[in-house]
Design a protein around this ligand. Structure first.
Ligand code: CS2
Length: 461
């Protein structure tokens, strides 16, 4: 029996559930890209904020590319369960914050209507790095932005609000980009400038794009997970999400109007997100990408297996403590060695079954913020980064197709670069695939041969 409003009475006792009246809540948030990560993170915070007494923050999800999530959630009246597993056991909560999912490719006007509704205050986004259509020089790739991206949709929604005399919106990026709010403001501004310059001034004056740091490891849900959840909750949940116990959300406090009281349920509002975001991108995500490529090359499948491999673990500890951490100006109270230790512990969580291949996708979109700033900062003080260089060597190996087909929006050009005579130049050199502005300089390219050996040691044993 499927989880819905009407079958809810059959949900097993002991499963936590929202106590507020779901139907009585206005939709205050439109979320673009309603995948597992949003459902395990921002929707979970919002659900608990409404449970704690805040009201009218129901979420309408908009899917841009696939109707799959609409097919999972709409027949369940937006209901789904979130299961957290870790050292201290397992717990499942029914999440009530999501009202509906609109598949924009089939129902464009309904999506615009939701953006332009008077109750809407916040548009949040988890569209992954590639969803922003960033060009190699850091500006908006206008050609990409035309092809089913968020920008035309957002511009239409904003225009309709302005024409109706409604207030502007807070656009809240929850993706792993450095300065995600600043980048979103820039890209949205560039799109509007090009397509509807009459909207520029209104957008700048009436909308805000705070930056956020989001952190929670959310593996893709598998068929086995769904079967286990059905046993646990007594109902079939096609939209079930699995995650770890840990969660963190640091938000720049710069909203247009109200926001949910996320801070009452564990989020932190700050004036500057940069130190948290830099630590997260360079340490957690930097280590994740290294684990993915080196781990796959060594024959591992899951993150917890790769981190249990002593050679890989030593490289990851080096990346965290000797390469990334020294490049980060910590905020008061931020303890980077403790953060590194906690990360090693989180990566070791065997309950997550987090696949390395999931992290390995879209390397061209991730590596620029995860590894290259660490390389550049170390280079400027004459320090080498053997662990990151091992990661780069293993990425090249991955791009050569040794772990199966490459899943990346730039797959064709990356694979050609990796199979050529000088992969590093083709990838990182001036005019290379990642763009010359992200290029590590000559010295790093020369030391790659050493990293090849290092990675070779890890792979060869
Ligand atoms: C991962 C992230 O898939 C990936 O690239 O590094 O999704 C990571 O799990 C999250 O950022 C954790 O907060």
């Amino acid at each position: 029996m499927r989880l819905t409003n009407t079958t809810l009475a059959n949900l097993r006792a002991g499963i936590d559930r929202p106590q507020y009246d779901r139907e009585a809540q206005d939709v205050g948030i439109i979320h673009l890209g309603i995948g597992a990560f949003h459902r395990a993170h921002q929707a979970w915070y919002t659900d608990r904020a409404m449970d704690a007494g805040d009201r009218h923050w129901a979420i309408t999800g908009i899917s841009l590319r696939s109707a799959d999530v609409a097919g999972q959630l709409n027949p369940q009246n937006g209901l789904y369960t979130l299961t957290e597993s870790g050292g201290s056991g397992i717990r499942t909560r029914l999440i009530g914050a999501v009202r509906e999912v609109v598949a924009a490719m089939h129902n464009h006007d309904a999506a615009i209507t939701r953006l332009a509704a008077p109750t809407t205050r916040i548009v949040s986004l988890t569209i992954t790095e590639k969803g922003y259509c960033r060009a190699a020089d850091g500006s908006l790739d206008l050609g990409q932005a035309e092809k089913g991206s968020i920008y035309p949709l957002m511009a239409s929604g904003l225009r309709r609000r302005r024409d109706a005399g409604l207030p502007g919106l807070t656009l809240l990026s929850c993706d792993n980009l450095s300065g995600n709010g600043h980048q979103l403001a820039r890209f949205m501004g560039e799109y509007i400038d090009c397509h509807d310059p009459t909207l520029t001034q209104w957008f700048e004056a009436e909308c805000a794009c705070p930056s956020t740091m989001v952190d929670r490891i959310v593996p893709a849900t598998t068929r086995e997970d769904r079967a286990a959840i059905a046993m646990r909750i007594g109902l079939d949940d096609a939209a079930a999400v699995m995650t770890e116990r840990f969660s963190q959300w640091v938000i720049e406090d710069r909203f247009v109007g109200h926001h949910p009281r996320w801070e009452s349920v564990g989020a932190t509002l700050v004036s500057d997100v940069t130190p948290y975001e830099t630590a997260k991108l360079r340490m957690l995500n930097g280590a994740h990408s290294a684990l993915a490529y080196i781990g796959l090359a060594c024959g591992h499948t899951f993150v917890h297996e790769a981190i249990a491999d002593p050679v890989i673990r030593a490289l990851i500890e080096r990346l965290l403590l000797e390469e990334a951490a020294p490049t980060i100006a910590a905020a008061p109270g931020q303890n980077l060695p403790a953060y590194a230790a906690a990360l090693i512990d989180r990566f070791g969580n065997p309950a997550l079954n987090h696949r390395l291949i999931q992290i390995a996708m879209d390397g061209s979109q991730k590596i620029p913020q995860r590894w290259l700033p660490t390389l550049a900062a170390n280079r400027s003080v004459g320090r080498e980064c053997p662990a990151i260089l091992s990661g780069i060597a293993a990425w090249v190996h991955h791009l050569q197709g040794r772990n199966g087909p490459v899943d990346d929006p730039q797959a064709a050009v990356l694979s050609a670069a990796a199979r050529g005579t000088n992969p590093l130049d083709a990838l990182f050199g001036a005019g290379g695939v990642l763009g010359s502005s992200w290029s590590p300089e000559e010295s790093d390219r020369l030391t790659i041969s050493r990293s090849d050996r290092l990675w070779g040691n890890a792979a060869g044993r």
